[in-house]
Ligand binder design. Sequence first.
Ligand code: NAD
Length: 337
Amino acid sequence: MKPRLFITRELFDDVIARLSQYFDIEIWDRYHHPPYEVLLERARNVDALVSLLTDRIDCNLLSNAPRLRIVAQYAVGFDNVDVECATRLGIYVTNTPDVISDTVAELTWALILAVTKRILEADEFVRRGGWYETRTAWHPKMMLGTELKGKVLGIIGLGRIGTRVAKIGVLGFGMKVIYYDIVRYKEKEGILGVEYRSSLEDVLREADIVSIHVPLTKDTYHMIGERELKMMKPTAILINTARGAVVDTEALVKALREGWIAGAGLDVFEGEPIPPNHPLTAFKNVVLVPHIGSATYEGRHRMAEVVLENLIAFYEGRVPPNLVNPDVVKVRPPGFK
Ligand code: NAD
């Protein structure tokens, strides 16, 4: 008998076809994520689960899933999974790192460019007839933005995505790039030409653009709050393509309202999806996109392939390549037997 697998959202057909050679699959085929009760009920009866960041895989769910051996998360971040609890219960947890680093770095740059070049405002100016009404094709002071060359890009978290963003900053735009991280990457500093700052404060004070690339953990929750936003230059902008809760939203709204910073580009939010009357929608100097950091066909398909690789490795009794809780191996060997 094949092990049972529940997939919490539709993935790509070719990947499902390959998975079905190994597993008996059930897929939640609605657009909206399965309610927690459905997750609980399915988890109770399956051997493997493919989850998304919108699925709450907490200790209650894991403890009530006697057959469950592996949670293969279809995402890089896994802050929705209680990894500690999974490890204790001998449940393997995997993610899909690196295969979307370029995609997310590109979106990060799309936001940086959209804010500094005022792309949304300019587009609206044309579409809504503002430009036409001026009867003026060109004016030296029309829609002035900010040049990136020579400016300072501050990266918070020089991991896989932060590194890609830094590289484009140095090579593509001739920026000075500084970073703060709990790990110092001396080798990368040399290769990329980036400079380390030993405190978050130093990066915040010096940077013209601050871009966040840390995972959401108990240490990074609200890492950017009132105090930090006040340290930024009033001309600086904040970009967040990591996780919404790394930034204290209320503090950010206050910072924008009172002009502590000059703008923001956000892909991630506290409480997604945000409503259309959210306070952040009031600002012209803020660009908002709906958590599309990894949303390219190439990226999302590669993520599905990584989920497949992790599940097949586990099926074959091998340690999955993207195991996020390596200690679990001491609790139970990989495999469904
Ligand atoms: P990564 O693990 O390669 O890099 C994270 C970096 O953050 C590491 O260098 C780590 O040392 C550093 N870090 C961790 N805790 C820190 C702290 N307290 N202070 C300072 N630095 C700290 O991860 P990645 O692949 O670059 O992804 C980063 C994050 O981006 C993910 O965790 C995920 O939440 C988010 N992400 C978002 C999207 C999206 O769709 N917007 C897509 C992929 C990933």
